[in-house]
Design a protein around this ligand. Structure first.
Ligand code: AMP
Ligand code: MG
Length: 503
């Protein structure tokens, strides 16, 4: 790979050891605009930072506390040696061709290669306008920044392929939305910023040579095991299909609705990208729509696998000049099977039958989902509490998740499930341990995210944000009694929260 390896020093003594210019530079300037962030603040304040994300780019926990940290990761001060850039892409939004979009409020300020050899883009989201901002102001508000930050790190902890978030920094500058809100900048880490929409941009712009160039670049940079192979492009598309299927299978299993599955929000690496109006299921409602703006329910929870395929078809159309049509067709045709394979395995593991593959086990899962739907039972708790049903209080707690009309069927299902688990011949404790490592006790429910946001916005209370961060980034642990309420579904007014697109 053609990279410039200039060591980076933000200020002495060497706080941020990042060593690489963005690889995208080798693509040439049809793909991006070089420009610094706007300096949206001269007075940034660190709200929270993720030590686990920091580690990915070689930063130690102590470096997060350096005075320069909020300056660099809000764009107030540059990273010397780096020339930041914003990328151009296009996309289909809500099923319609939206034309040119691009990094409208994101700017790549550098790239790091960590000790494991992984490359991570470092992007500031909300650090000002770019040539791709269209009518936007390039800013981000605190509330959406905290949501993206918390959810990125929560999803990673849940084992879902995702972009990461290093930090959220307050700008102490107001941002105008429906009301005036506090501004913030999220430092996002991406294994790559390249989206389906990048390919669509050059294809629909009548530039097939650039589509080909981008495909070559992606293979060389991110799929090096394919580089130089005679059928590299076909195998690459095949892997994109697999990764996308796997990502969405994880979403469906964990009860995550993305909310804006536009093609410009689909990562070419199959990582969850762009945390906007997402939502985790509380009550199990297959047609759950988390995005208030999505009136038609295009991106409803149970439509996500189908939309992923639709998006892959849009990608395929953009790649038609770069690889043989038979390869595209074969890849697309395999999507459903791959999705089902991943999803079934994840769901079987959720009911303690991870190593089993009988058809009847699939029925067990389907029947449980049917009961949950009928009763609007809480999605996460229906699985989490199942592993504690080996005694009477545990059985009572689990069946209490179902309404009275459904409860007899829930008991019957539980007996059926118990009999199947007995057949495994394993100590129940082992089954429980397995289930408790795939069924989270804590997910970032909307009301939980909202609690963190209100604490920061209304009271400058970072301790509550920190507490919630610890729960959702160690989601499989029990944690203390004092935190138990954060595992519960919303109550009162928190039931009626609404979230919508870009803020
Ligand atoms: P989103 O709905 O967040 O995916 O936004 C779609 C496009 O609009 C993306 O390319 C964003 O970069 C851009 N965008 C969203 N909000 C803003 C904003 N406030 N200023 C500039 N661009 C934005
Ligand atoms: Mg987006």
């Amino acid at each position: 790979m053609d990279t410039i390896n200039a060591p980076l020093h933000v200020s002495a003594p060497k706080p941020f050891a990042l060593d690489q210019q963005p690889l995208y530079r080798q693509l040439g300037d049809a793909f991006y605009t070089s420009m610094p962030p706007e300096k949206v603040t001269s007075d940034p304040v660190l709200v929270h930072a993720s030590e686990a994300a920091a580690k990915l780019i070689g930063l130690s926990p102590s470096e997060l506390a350096l005075p320069d940290f909020p300056k660099v990761f809000s764009g107030a001060e540059p990273m010397p040696g780096f020339e930041p850039l914003a990328m151009v892409y296009s996309g289909h939004q809500f099923g319609h061709w939206a034309g040119q979009l691009g990094d409208g409020r994101a700017i790549t300020i550098g790239q790091a290669r960590n000790a494991a050899g992984e490359i991570w883009d470092i992007q500031l989201k909300g650090a000002g306008k770019t040539p791709y901002s269209r009518f936007g102001d390039g800013r981000a508000v605190m509330r959406s920044s905290i949501r993206e930050y918390l959810c990125s790190e929560a999803m990673a902890a849940l084992g879902v392929p995702t972009t990461r978030a290093l930090s959220v920094v307050g700008t102490r500058r107001p941002v105008l939305r429906e009301t005036v809100e506090p501004g913030a900048v999220v430092a996002r880490l991406l294994r790559s910023n390249i989206r389906f929409g990048h390919f669509e941009h050059f294809h629909h712009g009548g530039q097939p040579a650039r589509v080909r160039q981008l495909a070559d670049f992606v293979i060389e940079s991110y799929f090096p095991h394919l580089a130089g192979e005679p059928d590299a492009h076909a195998r690459w598309f095949d892997e994109v299909v697999t990764r996308t299927a796997r990502m969405v299978a994880h979403w469906q299993a964990i009860g995550f609705a993305h909310g804006v599955m536009n093609t410009d929000n689909m990562s070419i690496l199959g990582d969850t990208l762009d945390y906007g109006p997402f939502g985790f299921l509380d009550a199990f409602e297959p047609g759950f729509i988390c995005n208030h703006t999505d009136q038609m329910g295009r991106y409803a929870f149970d439509r996500q696998p189908g939309v992923a395929l639709w998006n892959l078809q849009a990608l395929a159309a953009a790649l038609q000049s770069a690889l043989p049509w038979e390869a595209i067709e074969a890849g697309l045709n395999s999507f459903i099977e791959r999705f089902v394979t991943h999803y079934s395995a994840l769901m079987r593991a959720k009911v303690g039958l991870g190593h089993s593959a009988t058809e009847a086990d699939g029925d067990l899962v389907t029947d449980l989902l049917g009961l949950m739907k009928r009763s609007a039972a809480d999605y996460s708790l229906s699985f989490r509490l199942l592993s504690a049903t080996d005694d009477n209080p545990g059985r009572a707690a689990w069946t209490a998740l179902f309404d009275e009309a459904t409860r007899p069927d829930a008991f019957a299902w539980l007996d059926r499930w118990q009999a199947r688990i007995d057949q495994l011949g394993l100590p129940f404790e082992r089954v429980r341990l397995g289930m408790d490592t795939v069924n989270p006790r804590f997910v970032l429910r909307n009301w939980v995210a909202e609690t963190a946001i209100r604490a920061v916005e209304d009271h400058g209370d970072v301790a509550t944000l920190d507490r919630i961060f610890r729960l959702v980034t160690r989601p499989f642990e029990e944690h203390g009694e004092a935190d138990a309420r954060f595992a519960e579904p919303p109550a009162g007014a928190m039931r009626d929260l609404e979230v919508s697109c870009s803020s």
